[in-house]
Design a protein around this ligand. Structure first.
Ligand code: ADP
Length: 264
């Protein structure tokens, strides 16, 4: 990984993202109920919960795509509704068409989407964007494949292309939605290794949304367990068996067996 232009900052302390007593309703259906927690600088944080528990809704609220029915979402101390510095946040989506591979573009072209800042008549002349794109591809280990169509790549490689796209604007916070869904064990390990290095060497705070308890146990420094409301927030290793069983509604032994042996 290339040395970052950013100064290394001490981990911990100030919040990148805060949910303050957030409620969200789709019409009359309550999806998020009085959620309060924060993601601090330097964390590898996870939002964990079963299907339908409100994870995607929280993600959309964090990205300013929707606004709370009640409460507040803050990004770097500013209300998400008024936040304008979107270059500080890199987003890696889950299994979009590009990730599925039926998208007629090269790795370079997909990563170049990350430089988009709105309509720009001078875009053609912005050669420094080219070096940022190449840097991002190098960071994820795909320099040699930059001219390759992503339709010919493995799922793991495509996922790294999307990570590179999120890194182009040198974000402070990376938000990932089920980042390794459908990726094989070796590629998953490589992907998480990359995330750990970005976190450590470039002080990028990571927030991933997942239902994969194993990944949370192995990779996350903090976890917010969600089932419409926050069931637990703290270190994944301090979670009680009872809390986890309640979250998923099945016995702990079954959960941990799946989580720890699924990919190993
Ligand atoms: P998760 O990502 O954990 O699976 P979601 O945030 O997608 O959960 O959904 C939380 C709840 O909100 C679910 O009950 C879901 O059915 C409901 N929901 C999600 N999106 C919509 C929508 N667009 N309209 C109505 N209800 C929705």
């Amino acid at each position: 990984m290339k040395k970052s232009e950013k100064q290394e900052q001490p981990h911990g302390g100030w919040p990148c993202l805060e949910f303050r007593n957030v409620w969200y309703r789709y019409g009359t259906d309550l999806a998020v109920q009085d959620v309060t927690f924060q993601v601090e600088h330097g964390e590898i944080a996870a939002i964990l919960g079963p299907n339908g528990s409100g994870k995607t809704t929280l993600l959309k609220l964090a990205l300013g795509l929707m606004h709370p029915s009640q409460g507040q979402v803050l990004l770097f101390g500013q209300s998400a509704e008024r936040f304008r510095h979107w270059g500080r946040i890199g987003y890696v989506p889950q299994r979009v068409e590009a990730a599925q591979g039926d998208y007629p573009a090269t790795a370079y072209e997909v990563v170049s989407q990350g430089t988009y800042r709105g309509p720009d008549p001078l875009a053609f002349f912005r050669s420094k964007d080219r070096s940022k794109i190449l840097d991002a591809l190098e960071t994820v280990g795909l320099s040699d494949l930059k001219s390759r169509r992503i339709s010919t790549m493995s799922v793991g490689q495509r996922q790294r292309v999307l990570l590179a796209r999120a890194l182009v604007r040198q974000p402070d916070l990376l938000v990932l939605d089920e980042p390794v869904a459908g990726v094989d064990a070796a590629a998953e390990e490589q992907f998480y290794d990359l995330l750990r290095r970005l976190n450590k060497e470039r002080s990028i705070t990571v927030l991933m949304v997942t239902h994969d308890i194993g990944a949370v146990m192995r990779e996350a420094t903090t976890v917010a367990c969600i089932n419409r409301t926050v069931v637990y927030h703290g270190s994944p290793h301090a979670m009680s068996q009872k809390e986890l069983s309640e979250l998923y509604g099945i016995p702990m032994e079954v959960l941990l067996h799946d989580a720890l042996h699924e990919h190993r």
